[in-house]
Ligand binder design. Structure first.
Ligand SMILES: [Zn+2]
Length: 82
């Protein structure tokens, strides 16, 4: 596995567990920059199903949260400028 922070291939698995049927989550630590990252392993047969349902719902939730944070941030910075 390649570290997303420094690109090193020298990474160790910290933790590996089943998330749901057909999904496996792995936590890695990079031996170069000591950065931690996670991957989710999914069976290719299941990808279609995940993308069409669960994944879209999750992305929409993330998007809403991001918009909320953005709005709050803007409100606060407006108050600070007054
Ligand atoms: Zn790294």
């Amino acid at each position: 596995m390649e570290c997303p922070k420094c690109g090193s291939g020298d990474c160790n698995v910290l933790d590996s567990r089943s998330k749901k049927v057909g999904q496996r989550k792995r936590r890695y630590i990079c031996n170069q920059c000591l950065g931690k990252f996670e991957t989710v392993e999914v069976r290719t047969d299941d990808i279609k199903e995940i993308i069409s349902g669960e994944w879209i719902a999750e992305m929409q939730r993330h998007y809403r949260t991001m918009r909320q944070i953005e709005r709050e941030y803007l409100l606060r910075s407006e108050q600070l400028l007054k």
